[in-house]
Each structure stands twice: as C-alpha cells, then as structure tokens.
Design a protein around this ligand. Structure first.
Ligand code: ADP
Ligand code: ADP
Length: 228
C-alpha cells in the first residue's frame, strides 16, 4: 500500500533528513517508526502526503506515485493526526468531525450521522461530547476527536505523528489499546511515528527502527527484541 523507493530528502539548508530509504508497508498493516528526535521519522511521514517533497526517489501509495497526485486530493485520501490536533475552536465536536464528509459532498444530515458513528468508534459519546467545543475537552478527548476526524473520509492510509505524545501516561495506554482495536476493525494501513519504544512495540505489526536518516531494522517487534 505504501512503498518507498530509494528516497532521500535534503532540506534547502543542506540537512540530509532521510538518506536512500526503501521499504514497503502492506495493506492493513500498522508500522511504527521509532527512534530519537531528529532522525527523520516525521520527514518520512510527510513525504507520503506531500507536505515534504523527496529530493530523490519515489513514494508510491496504492501503486501510484504521489508526485503525480494533486496534493489536495491526496490529503483527502490520507488521514493525518499530529500531537496537538488543530480543531476548529468555534465549531462543536460533531461539526469538527463532520467537516470532511461535508467537503466530500455528503448532505448535512448524513455527514452528522457519520460523524456521530466515528465519535463512538473512538470512545466518545456523541450525545455527551458532540455539542461541546474543543476547549471543553480534555487533552485525551481532543486527540480522540482528531482521530475521528481523520477517519471521516474513510482513508485507506492513516499517518499518525506522536498522536498520544502529549497525553498523560495512563490515558495514553487506554488510547493505544482503543486505537489498536479500531485499526484491527477498519484494517486501515497506518504509519505511526513515536520516540517511545514501548509504544512502538505495543502497536506495531512491524517496526522501523531509525538511526540518523536511515532505517536500521525493520521487522516484527519480537524479532527486533530478540535480536542480539
Ligand atoms: P524526527 O521526526 O525523527 O524528529 P525530522 O524528520 O523532524 O526527525 O527531522 C530530521 C532532520 O531534518 C533533523 O535534523 C531536522 O532538524 C531536520 N529538518 C526537519 N525539517 C526541516 C526543515 N523544514 N528544514 C531544515 N531541516 C529540517
Ligand atoms: P481524559 O481521561 O479523557 O483525558 P480527563 O481526565 O482529562 O479526561 O477529564 C475528565 C473529565 O473532565 C472528562 O469527562 C472531560 O469531559 C471533563 N473535562 C476536562 N476538561 C474540561 C473542560 N475544560 N471543560 C469541561 N469538562 C472538562
């Protein structure tokens, strides 16, 4: 579903963030990208939805070179959740979640019904939380809305960049478990960036362990842990 072919990224200031990366992620697979800060994880992820353009090589999604896809269309097809999700402050939780289905042309009532389903899917009660505004939610709840909104376009691919990094450890574990269940149900292909090795092990079907600009190991967690 996602394929990197000899991809490098050199930023204009000369920083080589990613150096000759090749890997594949199968449909329905959840791959965690793990490693210390600054090793190129976010750059890798942003080349999938063209927030960053590679300096060399190709990135394919569903067999299609993303360089040939209109970025706006691409981003509607690829969900994206970051550490501090930006919700529209003057729209309710339900409206925030219904925004994408509306943009995709669904009728208001249908979009709201879909939004309510998604909120339930991420563990929020639409009748309780749906009419709240983002500043009336806890950090964990805001991240849940971010996940619901990212899923609203039924994306085949979901990019998650430290989505639970800013919530407290107890809530984080709950969000991880729930997200895993959700991903198993929907079979969405996921790239999940984290610097937390335990999170990478817990969530990843496979994990890509980064060194500076390179993937040093790419395997199922058990084999990486068992490796000498
Ligand atoms: P990670 O996600 O692993 O923390 P990043 O992909 O964000 O790593 O960054 C990789 C390297 O690229 C770092 O050295 C970072 O400083 C650099 N970098 C990231 N974004 C830019 C940018 N827009 N311009 C220049 N250098 C950047
Ligand atoms: P979570 O475990 O999801 O992070 P918290 O423990 O932070 O939730 O919050 C507990 C409860 O307090 C939640 O039901 C949430 O709705 C409510 N809450 C948190 N912040 C606010 C706020 N600013 N206004 C209203 N309710 C809030």
């Amino acid at each position: 579903m996602i394929r990197f072919e000899d991809v490098s990224k050199r930023y204009p200031d000369g920083t080589v963030a990613v150096d000759d990366l090749s890997f594949e992620v199968a449909e329905g697979e959840l791959v965690t990208l793990v490693g210390p800060s600054g090793c190129g994880k976010t750059t890798t992820m942003k080349m999938v939805n063209r927030l960053v353009e590679p300096s060399a090589g190709r990135v394919l999604v569903g067999g299609e070179d993303v360089a040939s896809v209109d970025p706006v269309r691409l981003r509607r097809r690829i969900g994206y959740v970051i550490q501090q999700v930006g919700l529209f402050p003057h729209r309710t939780v339900l409206e925030n979640t219904a925004t994408v289905p509306r943009l995709l042309g669904r009728q208001r009532a249908k979009a709201r019904r879909r939004a309510a389903e998604l909120l339930e899917l991420v563990g929020l009660d639409p009748s309780v939380h749906g009419d709240r505004y983002p500043d009336q939610l806890s950090g964990g709840q805001r991240q849940r809305v971010g996940v619901a909104r990212a899923l609203a376009a039924d994306p085949p691919v979901l990019l998650m960049d430290e989505p639970f990094g800013a919530v407290d450890p107890v809530v984080r574990e709950r969000l991880q478990d729930e997200f895993l269940r959700l991903q198993r149900t929907l079979r969405t292909t996921v790239l999940f960036v984290t610097h937390d090795i335990e999170e990478a092990i817990r969530l990843g079907d496979r994990m890509a362990v980064y060194g500076q600009g390179r993937i040093e190991q790419f395997d199922v967690p058990a084999r990486i842990l068992g490796a000498p």
